[in-house]
Design a protein around this ligand. Structure first.
Ligand SMILES: *[C@@H]1O[C@H](CO)[C@@H](O)[C@H](O)[C@H]1NC(C)=O
Ligand SMILES: *[C@@H]1O[C@H](CO)[C@@H](O)[C@H](O)[C@H]1NC(C)=O
Length: 334
C-alpha cells in the first residue's frame, strides 16, 4: 500500500511539472512565417499592416496610437509567463471587456462612454491607430477592437498582421504615441447588427444577408453551448469558423483574397448582399469583420452581443443538430 505522503509527493511533482510545461509553452509562442505585402493587394481597404509599416508610422511626424487588445487578466496566465505578453512600447491596454457594461458580457457601453474610453487611450481622429493581439492564438481580440473603431467611424484604424509575434527584432525610438485623445465617435449604424435587425432582414428578404456563424462546428450544431442558455445557431446562419481565414499550415498567414472571396461565394454570397458575422460574444466575429473589410465588402456588420444575446432571448428561434453533450459553465468562449 502506498503511504499518503508518497501520493502527495507524486501529486506535487505532477503539478510542478505542469506549471513548468505551461510556462515553457507560453514563452515559446507560435512559429509563424509571416508573408504579407499590403501594397500588392491595393484596391481593397487597408486593414492589415506589417511591423515595418508600423515602425514607419511611429517615426512619422504624427506618430501612431497603439492599442494592445490581448486579454491578460488571469493572474495565473500572467504569473506563468512574466516575460511573454510583453507590450510594444507605448501601447495602451484596450481589452474588449473594457468596453462592455460591467457585470454583462454582451452589452456595449453607450457611445459617449466608448468615445471617452478611447480618448483615455490616446485615440485621436487625425492620428492612425494600430491594434494588435495574439493573432491565431486567442479569440481575435484585435479584430473586435478594430471593429469598434470602424463602427465608430475612425478612418485610420489598422491591425498589426501577425499580432505581437510580428514585433520581433524591431526596435523603436518614438514607439507608440502617448498623449491626450480627442476621438469624436460617429457610429455608422449599418456596421452594428442586433437580434431585431437580423429577424427583420431574414424575414423580409431571405437572400439579402449572408449571416456567418464563425464559431466552431461543435458550437454551431449545439454540441457545445459554452455556458450559453441554449445551444445551436441562428436559423438563417451558415457555418464558417473564423480560423478558416488563415492558411492551415501554421504559418500565420491569411489566405489570399481570391481564395477568401471564392469561399464566401460558396457559402451563398451574391452581388448586392450584405454580410454579418456573429460568434459567442462578438470577438471572433470582430476579426471576421476586419477580414471582410480588407476584402473590400461595403455592407458588413458585427453582431456584438452574438450568441450570448440571441440564446438569452428565449422567444427567438434556434436551430440545433444535436443535443448538448454536457451543460455547464464550460470554458468561456468569446
Ligand atoms: C510588394 O508588392 C509590390 C506590388 O506588387 C511590389 O512592387 C513590391 O516589390 C512588393 N514588396 C515586397 C517587399 O515584396
Ligand atoms: C490564392 O491561393 C490559392 C490557394 O492556395 C492559389 O491556388 C492561388 O494561386 C492564389 N492566388 C494568388 C493570386 O496568389
Amino acid at each position: 500500500m502506498q503511504s499518503p505522503a508518497s501520493v502527495i509527493l507524486v501529486c506535487v511533482a505532477g503539478i510542478v511539472g505542469l506549471i513548468i510545461w505551461c510556462y515553457d509553452w507560453n514563452r515559446a509562442g507560435p512559429k509563424y512565417d509571416l508573408k504579407f505585402n499590403s501594397s500588392s493587394v491595393e484596391g481593397t481597404a487597408k486593414v492589415f499592416i506589417t511591423a515595418e509599416e508600423l515602425q514607419r508610422m511611429m517615426e512619422s511626424e504624427e506618430g501612431v496610437t497603439l492599442l494592445d487588445a490581448r486579454n491578460q487578466e488571469s493572474a495565473i496566465a500572467r504569473g506563468l509567463s512574466p516575460d511573454w505578453p510583453e507590450k510594444i512600447p507605448g501601447a495602451y491596454i484596450a481589452r474588449w471587456k473594457d468596453f462592455v457594461v460591467p457585470g454583462t458580457r454582451d452589452t456595449l457601453l453607450p457611445v459617449s462612454e466608448l468615445e471617452r474610453r478611447f480618448r483615455e487611450r490616446g485615440v485621436c481622429n487625425s492620428v492612425p491607430v494600430v491594434v494588435y493581439g495574439s493573432w491565431t492564438e486567442a479569440w481575435g481580440e484585435e479584430g473586435r477592437i478594430f471593429w469598434q473603431l470602424d463602427w465608430l467611424n475612425h478612418k485610420q484604424a489598422y491591425i498589426l498582421y501577425g499580432g505581437i509575434y510580428a514585433w520581433t527584432d524591431i526596435s523603436c525610438k518614438r514607439c507608440g504615441r502617448r498623449g491626450p485623445g480627442d476621438f469624436a465617435a460617429h457610429p455608422v449604424d449599418s456596421r452594428l447588427i442586433n437580434a431585431d435587425k437580423i429577424v427583420k432582414t431574414t424575414n423580409s428578404k431571405s437572400d439579402s444577408l449572408l449571416l456567418l456563424d464563425v464559431r466552431t462546428e461543435a458550437e454551431y450544431t449545439g454540441a457545445h453551448p459554452y455556458g450559453a442558455k441554449r445551444g445551436g445557431h441562428i436559423p438563417a446562419a451558415v457555418s464558417y469558423e473564423w480560423k478558416n481565414v488563415f492558411i492551415s499550415d501554421g504559418s500565420g498567414n491569411l489566405k489570399n483574397q481570391t481564395q477568401l472571396r471564392a469561399e464566401l461565394k460558396e457559402l451563398g454570397l451574391k452581388d448586392g448582399m450584405s454580410i454579418a458575422a456573429y460568434c459567442t460574444g462578438g470577438i471572433r466575429s470582430g476579426f471576421m469583420y476586419s477580414v471582410l473589410r480588407w476584402l473590400g465588402y461595403k455592407n458588413i456588420a458585427n453582431y456584438a452581443g452574438s450568441w450570448w444575446d440571441w440564446a438569452g432571448r428565449t422567444y427567438l428561434p434556434i436551430s440545433a443538430q444535436v443535443q448538448p453533450s454536457f451543460i455547464g459553465k464550460g470554458i468561456e468562449a468569446t
